[in-house]
Ligand binder design. Sequence first.
Ligand SMILES: Cc1cc2nc3c(=O)[nH]c(=O)nc-3n(C[C@H](O)[C@H](O)[C@H](O)COP(=O)(O)OP(=O)(O)OC[C@H]3O[C@@H](n4cnc5c(N)ncnc54)[C@H](O)[C@@H]3O)c2cc1C
Length: 232
Amino acid sequence: MHDDNVLGDNIGSIALIDSMGGDLSVVNDAKASLAQMVCEIGGKEVKLINYLVENKHFSPLRGTVLKFSVKAPLFICRQWWKHHLASCHSEEQDGWNEQSGRYTSFKPEFYIPKVWYEQSKMNKQGSATAFAAECCRGFRITLMNQTERAFQAYEELLNADVSRESARMILPVNIYTSWVWTVSLQAALNFVELRNEIHAQGEIQRYAAFVESACYQVAPLVTKAYMNRTHV
Ligand SMILES: Cc1cc2nc3c(=O)[nH]c(=O)nc-3n(C[C@H](O)[C@H](O)[C@H](O)COP(=O)(O)OP(=O)(O)OC[C@H]3O[C@@H](n4cnc5c(N)ncnc54)[C@H](O)[C@@H]3O)c2cc1C
């Protein structure tokens, strides 16, 4: 499954490119404690899944793994990177592999939103209502001009034989980058819980909504139990 237009500009994208496990493997990882296995899921297994999730017995969720290919603006990538599980470079199972601005030159692909929002007065980190279309057009042009200037300067530095790793300093945070994220079902659900949520920035919410759909595809019963749990 994939969404090639997750931010509405035909550049931002996310795809589920691979997965391992699912509801049955979560059940069987839990049943390892009894040295038992089942071949299919019935009523007892559904009860077990609900019990595991409700009581935070999460380790069986770590044997199911999802792999995503993501293309997002750098400022979203940076928020995503705070999800240390599967992202932290000090972790043994670092599942984050990103395009390098040292090996490759960046393409002029920038996120230029159509709708701009006022700063919220209630929530320091959030937005309030959208500006009128005319204002939005003006803000869009400001960002486009600034972005073009920055990219021109980047190319000038590269043409002057400045190294890619130094030249990239001039690029703005709305430039697109891409990475592969390999993550356990537990960490993916934690990401969904925190980022497909109204306090998170609108752009990352859209990626998180896709991650939630992918979790439903790979492990529908576990995902449903996690989303409906009462004991958070
Ligand atoms: C709306 C919003 C606003 C935010 N604003 C900011 C901000 O202004 N500045 C900022 O720096 N960050 C900010 N964050 C990031 C936030 O603080 C978390 O770092 C991020 O959401 C990752 O969450 P996590 O730690 O649960 O995920 P992961 O790092 O993937 O961890 C998953 C889970 O593993 C466990 N875990 C992870 N590491 C440890 C550990 N060392 N010890 C014990 N248990 C651990 C915890 O149970 C954790 O929930 C914001 C996040 C949101 C959703």
